[in-house]
Each structure stands twice: as C-alpha cells, then as structure tokens.
Design a protein around this ligand. Sequence first.
Ligand SMILES: [Zn+2]
Length: 326
Amino acid sequence: MQRKRRLTLLMLLLSGGCLWAQQPVESDSTATDTTVQVTQQAFTPMFTLSQDEIPAREYYGNDWNTVNTRAAYSFDPNKTYTLPLDSAHFFFPAKGGAVISPYGPRSGRMHTGTDYKQNSGDPIYAAWDGVVRMAKTGYYGYGGIVVIRHENGLETFYAHLSKIMVKVNQKVKAGEQIGKAGRTGKATTDHLHFETRFLYQSFNPATIIDFSGKRLQTDTLMVVGGKFYTAESFRQRATEAALDIPITEAMPSDSDGLEPDPIPEKPKPKVKPEAPKTPAVHVVRQGDTLYGIARRYHTTVAKICKLNGIDEDAILSLGQKIKIPK
Ligand SMILES: [Zn+2]
C-alpha cells in the first residue's frame, strides 16, 4: 500500500505536479459517498461531481458510470416518458458535413447512431448543456468517445473522435467544443458517429433532429411503450389509430447489436494479400457485407446473390451461411 501510494505520488508529480495540489487525488477507496471520482484518469486533472449534481437523477438515480457506455438497464416499457428538449439551446454538433449512414440495421446488425461526414480535425460540439459522463480514447469500435448526459435524461454520444477536449464530470454548455472529428475505432472514413439515448436505449437521432436543416424538429420527445416519438407524431398516431394499435409494443431488443458495447473487438487477423482458401460456405460474422464477402473471395455480389437466391440489398444476419461461388 505504502509503495503504491509513493508510486502514485511520483507519477502525479511527473504528469504535471502543479495541478495535483488543486485536484482531489485519487486515494485508495477513501472517496466520500457524496463525491463521484474517476479512477481511470487518475493522472489527469479531474472534475468532481457531487451526487446531487448527477443530471436526471429522477431516471438514473446515482448511476453515473464513467467507464462504460451502458449500465444497468432501467427502461420501463410500461411507462410514458415526456422529455422536454431544450430547443432554445440546441446546438448542432458539427459544422458542414452530411449524413453518410443513418441509424438502423446495417450489415445484419444495428447501427445505433447517425454517421455524419466530417474532415479530420473538424470541431465537434455539445448538442445541449450537460455533464460529461465518459471521455475515453480507444473505446472499442467507438474509438475516441464523449458521452454527455443532459438534464432531461437524454444522453448524447460523439464517437470516432481524433481528439477529446473535455474530461469526465465536466459541465459543458451547448455549442462548447468537446473534441475533434476523426476516424478512431471502427471507422473507414473521418466522421462523427452521433447517438441519442435515453436510459441507455439508443433511438434514431433523426426522430428529433433535422440533420439537413441542423435544427431540432420538436421540443418534446415522448417515449411510450419503449418507442420514441416526437410529441407531434405521437399525437397524430394516436388520432389516426384511435388507439387500435396497442401503445405498448415490444421494447427494442436489448441485444440489438448496440455498437460494440462493450464486447471487445477481436483483433483482426492480419489480412494476407493472397486469396484465402475458398470454402464452400461463408458464415456471416459481425461487420460482414455482401460486398466485403465478394471481395474477399474474389467473386461478385451478383454471383453470390444468384447462388444464394438473395437480393443484393439483403440484410445479412449473424451466423447466416452464404454459399460462395467457385
Ligand atoms: Zn456510426
């Protein structure tokens, strides 16, 4: 213990001694009940947050996980939640750009956010006021990620960042720059992967945000029967259906392939330049696309589709067996 303390002190001194005097030093589990501290960033300046400063405690209690995107699942499908969106203080999180991949099923799994094209280094901004719950680099497929929890209970995720400019527990304002765009994690081009979640459940950000107009399209989000509506669309739906559609529908599945959370990505086998031995059948794995499979086996999507009797835009499911043309 003594030795560990000395070591910690030494490292703190080495990593910017002038800061540690003002910052609470992480000490072995002596944190008081009322202070939430960060363990994984012990050597960088920390912000502290008392429990009553945790945003949206009415939904999350004291659940403030600074290490993982998801914590205990506490979504109640039998409840109706009405969330006011602070439309006066909404700030679109990026400049320029355009949607390059929407929320929804993609290559047989769920894409839990909206991909918005950016150039490397473009500034990324907090969408609303809030408190930074996570700020991590190298977080599975997300790469550099910032998660902000807002007072109304929403959380926003900003991923693939090349630079993170905020710290856990830091209070941020709408429009404050939180980082820079990049392609860290599982990304093939520089872009912002933007998510909106409520009680850890992702929903389509386009439900509330008009991405081409860069503005909110409603000032109230409703969560009914585990589904997400604008107040307007819910009202319209209720009127049209005269409620013959049951309001309580199946909740979105918890295993909807939520982007890599938190299943560590297997290190990719080094791609050998020579063609892999062609098996008769390919078993669909995470991230597979018809195009990728065709390229891998030096064939074409058309040939694969013909052989397997599927459409070119068919959605692959994990474990699905795809016959490979000889
Ligand atoms: Zn994405």
